[in-house]
Design a protein around this ligand. Structure first.
Ligand code: NAD
Ligand code: ZN
Length: 353
């Protein structure tokens, strides 16, 4: 089979590989919809998680089940399934402690395009199929299902981890697909005022649609100065960091009031250390607490997010700005994600059989 791979740091291309085999608990899936992620860009062009050789990329997919292992009970060949970006080992110690995305090693639930081939191939392997695959609802398109696997799950986690009080204020720094999902999550969780920090007009429109009450441009001066001024010198109850380089943490801490959570969902791809402003952080004593997390995976999480879509709480289709047909187009989609033209939020590739 063929797949689109990271050949080495900074280089991508097509590779030929053996079709993967299913162990007793696993499934083999063929993609129906796949999307490139900014994380693929960090992985390939920043070498963020180290050298990889001919590793098939991609971790966002909806697919059709081609094969199941002998012990799989609930998933059948021919089922259309939502495949979470993160597929934990559900019996692991970390999962039992409540941190399923960190199974084995930190970030160990992230298997696709990290420690095994990802979803940008003709077939891909899914571990623990009964616990990691959710049936795609009949009313949901594969494109929309694909937006759930990582963008919604990560963005909503950003809002959940931020512990936003009912009616509280939140600032979302970075409004790509992840930050926009965080805005939608913050609204669903009862935020009163939601600051969206970003500039791409296409993203600003969706931010308003998803519940942003205030738009701040980080190109018009310091983000934190603008947020502190708009909140009468106080800062916000919660900050969600969903874009930018290391210095965005300075804005995040300086935008947060004393007694707040700074919820990071950004992937910092470079450098050894990250900056925290000493005075803004109250000399380390201002109850400005950090939360971090890797996208939650697994069947139940996907089913719950799918319910939010089915019952009209969010329309993930608004995140998709570029649509392609055929596995061959994944290269074009990934390069778009790398180059980020101003009219882009998220590209998607659909495959018909
Ligand atoms: P994106 O690049 O589309 O969006 C980030 C936006 O932030 C961009 O529009 C960028 O211009 C903007 N930005 C840059 N500097 C900024 C600043 N100082 N202030 C405000 N905005 C600024 O990316 P995305 O696809 O939305 O993903 C966001 C991040 O989340 C990426 O780092 C991605 O790798 C990461 N991610 C993390 C997880 C996880 O599990 N935690 C999952 C998926 C993606
Ligand atoms: Zn991703």
């Amino acid at each position: 089979m063929k797949g689109f791979a990271m050949k080495k740091i900074g280089e991508t291309g097509w590779v030929e590989k053996e079709k993967p085999k299913a162990g007793p608990l696993d499934a083999i899936v063929k993609p129906l919809a796949i999307a490139p992620c900014t994380s693929d860009v960090h992985t390939v062009w920043e070498g963020a998680i180290g050298e990889r050789k001919d590793l098939i990329l991609g971790h966002e997919a909806v697919g059709i089940v081609d094969e199941v292992g002998s012990l799989v009970k609930n998933i059948k060949v021919g089922d259309r399934v939502i495949v979470p970006a993160i597929t934990p080992d559900w019996g692991s110690d970390a999962a039992q402690r409540g941190f399923s995305s960190q199974t084995g090693t930190p970030l160990g639930g992230w298997k696709f395009s990290n420690d095994k081939d990802g979803v940008f191939g003709e077939y891909f392997h899914v571990n623990e199929a009964d616990f990691n695959l959710a049936i795609l609802p009949d009313t949901m398109t594969p494109e929309v299902g694909c937006m759930i696997t990582d963008m919604l799950s990560t963005g909503f986690m950003g809002a959940e981890n931020a512990k936003i009080p009912l009616g509280g204020s939140v600032a979302v720094l970075g409004i790509g697909a992840v930050g926009l999902s965080a805005i939608a999550g913050a609204k669903l969780l009862g935020a009163g005022r939601i600051f969206a920090v970003g500039t791409r007009p296409v993203s600003v429109n969706v931010a308003k649609e998803y519940g942003a009450t205030d738009i701040i441009s980080y190109k018009d001066g310091s983000t934190s100065d603008q947020i502190v001024e708009a909140t009468d010198g106080e800062g916000v109850d919660a900050v969600i960091v969903a874009g930018g380089g290391p210095d965005i943490l300075i804005d995040a801490v300086n935008s947060a009031r004393a007694g707040s959570v700074i919820s990071n969902i950004n992937y910092f791809g470079q450098g050894d250390t990250l900056p925290i402003p000493r005075i803004g952080w109250g000399f380390g004593m201002a109850d400005k607490n950090f939360a971090t997390g890797l996208c939650p995976g697994g069947r139940t999480r996907m089913e719950r997010l799918a319910d939010l879509v089915t019952h009209g709480r969010i329309d993930p289709d608004l995140l998709i700005t570029h649509r392609f047909k055929g596995l061959d187009k994944i290269e074009e989609g990934l390069l778009l994600m790398k180059d980020k033209p101003r009219d882009l939020i998220k590209p998607i590739i659909t495959i018909e059989y």
